[in-house]
Design a protein around this ligand. Structure first.
Ligand SMILES: Nc1nc2c(ncn2[C@@H]2O[C@H](COP(=O)(O)OP(=O)(O)OP(=O)(O)O)[C@@H](O)[C@H]2O)c(=O)[nH]1
Ligand SMILES: [Mg+2]
Length: 248
């Protein structure tokens, strides 16, 4: 790509041209190289992580609906560290955001991050920087898959939401997966099912024993919320905590 094509593409991205953004992300994925971007980060980057099937994508969907109701623009990145495939197929399976495909205030993309020179977080970082320049109000990063690579992705976001569900792994399992160190907010989803309060109590106990967190130099005690994202229950409380976490 010539320098002037480059400049043109980046200026389209800055005007939040979704096609240009998709194209530029593909360039990063294929080359492993970041673009040189001077814009300062603006959007709050929200990470959504947790074990398979706990309701991460459902949570993303509920958040996107809420943000659009409030007229905020939002970009969603589904990071799949295990898959070299990007684009349509994975998205169709993983994210129920089809309502938003025609909405210019929403950008949705899945990211394959395996097999690049710079490794996982470098490439995610480069994409985030690019998406930041498109000036969305919020960026949501959902990780697909579990383990160390997932934890690594969460290091590059501003606010980490760990999603859990009753009966789908207690505090000990979550702790083993490294999830109880990284959460700024814990959401016990599927609280329409039995055992949610017990799971919440278990997580509260576990995090009270982990390293204290701070936001802007002030102590931050990660809240443990109950929700049923499938019905949108608790999503505004979740968003309120996300905003609180940014502001400290
Ligand atoms: N009962 C109940 N089921 C829910 C709720 N939220 C999500 N689910 C269901 O849980 C299943 C998994 O939801 P997803 O949002 O795909 O979960 P995920 O964590 O993104 O899954 P992976 O991306 O595969 O790891 C789906 O069948 C959802 O309909 C909820 O609040 N209550
Ligand atoms: Mg998912």
């Amino acid at each position: 790509m010539s320098q002037s094509d480059h400049t043109e593409l980046l200026s389209q991205v800055r005007n939040r041209d979704r096609q240009a953004l998709a194209k530029a992300i593909t360039i990063i994925e294929n080359s492993g190289q970041p673009f040189e971007i001077e814009d300062k980060a603006g959007a709050q980057v929200i990470g959504i992580t947790g074990a398979p099937g706990v309701g991460k994508s459902t949570t993303v969907d509920a958040l996107v609906n809420l943000l659009r109701e409030r007229n905020f623009s939002v970009a969603v990145l589904a990071v799949d560290p295990s898959s070299p495939i990007s684009g349509g197929a994975l998205l169709g399976d993983r994210i129920r955001l089809t309502d938003h495909f025609t909405d210019p205030g929403v950008f949705i993309r899945s990211l394959a991050t395996r097999g690049h020179l710079g490794g996982l977080s470098v490439s995610t970082k480069a994409v985030l920087k690019l998406v930041q320049s498109a000036k969305f109000d919020f960026i949501i990063v959902e990780t697909v898959g579990v383990g160390q690579s997932e934890v690594e992705v969460m290091r590059v976001v501003d606010t980490v939401v760990v999603v859990l569900a009753p009966g789908m792994g207690d505090g000990i399992q979550a702790s083993k997966a490294g999830l109880l160190e990284i959460g700024d907010i814990y959401l016990i989803n599927k609280s329409d099912r039995e055992g949610a309060k017990e799971t919440a109590a278990d997580i509260e106990r576990s995090i009270s024993m982990s390293m204290p967190k701070t936001v802007a130099g002030k102590p931050w005690m990660p809240p443990v919320l109950l929700g049923a994202m499938q019905n949108g229950t608790g999503v505004s409380e979740l968003m309120a905590e996300i905003e609180k976490h940014r502001n400290g």
